[in-house]
Ligand binder design. Structure first.
Ligand code: AMP
Length: 212
């Protein structure tokens, strides 16, 4: 089962990718997570990506296409995969098409901009283990500390309000045309993101079960 998760930044793609991955036992790759890890580790990839990410801009296509090609060619993808955060532009989708990999479904999680802005302004992440909390919707048991590992939670640099605005602009201008691209191929399934994660999860599960 080969799945693409589409949606604005903060729409909840990561959470759903993790769930689908666990339920169907297929690997997921988040290009955003991969790039953040590269920045943290100071690799060459990270050095190339950092300034774009800090500005809320997309990193150059060839950088992310390289990451995805490496992932898709790995043994663990032989029974399927989930792409979270890729493709994010028509040229990226065309590059994916050229790999010859067949996509079964593009799941688009729709959340309106104001809700995205509210969600991101309250998001707190753990720099040590990557866990994500929200001061309103998923507060840590001890304020400011990660539930999973106890580290201090921080605001992701690209969750700052002006960067969120840039990320949403980039989403609407460059990524959203992918909806038409995949609808024309008969692959698009739209799920309305709900206020409660479990409600969105139920809709995603229903969409997944229709695929079987
Ligand atoms: P995310 O966590 O998915 O919102 O990604 C964080 C940042 O990583 C984005 O704002 C971009 O700078 C970069 N990024 C992630 N995926 C892509 C992609 N497919 N193409 C270009 N840039 C990406």
């Amino acid at each position: 089962m080969n799945i693409i998760l589409l949606g604005a930044p903060g729409a909840g793609k990561g959470t759903q990718a993790e769930r689908i991955s666990a339920n169907y036992n297929i690997p997921t790759i988040s290009t955003g997570e991969t790039l953040r890890a590269a920045v943290k580790n100071g690799t060459e990839l990270g050095q190339r990506a950092k300034s774009y990410m800090d500005a809320g801009a997309l990193v150059p296509d060839e950088v992310v296409i390289g990451i995805i090609k490496e992932f898709l060619s790995s043994e663990k993808c032989k029974n399927g995969f989930i792409l979270d955060g890729f493709p994010r532009s028509i040229p990226q989708a065309e590059a994916l098409d050229r790999t010859g990999v067949k996509i079964d479904m593009v799941l688009d999680i729709e959340v309106e901009d104001q809700k995205i802005i509210d969600r991101m302004s309250g998001r707190r992440v753990c720099p040590a283990c990557g866990a994500s909390h929200h001061i309103m919707y998923n507060p840590p048991k001890i304020s400011g500390k990660c539930d999973k590992c106890g580290n201090d939670l921080v605001i992701r640099k690209d969750d700052a309000p002006e960067t969120v605005k840039a990320r949403l602009d980039s989403y609407h201008g460059i990524t959203e045309p992918l909806k038409d691209y995949y609808a024309a191929k008969g692959l698009l399934t739209v799920v309305e993101g709900q206020d409660k994660v479990e409600d969105t999860s139920a809709l995603v599960d229903a969409a997944m079960s229709r695929l079987k």
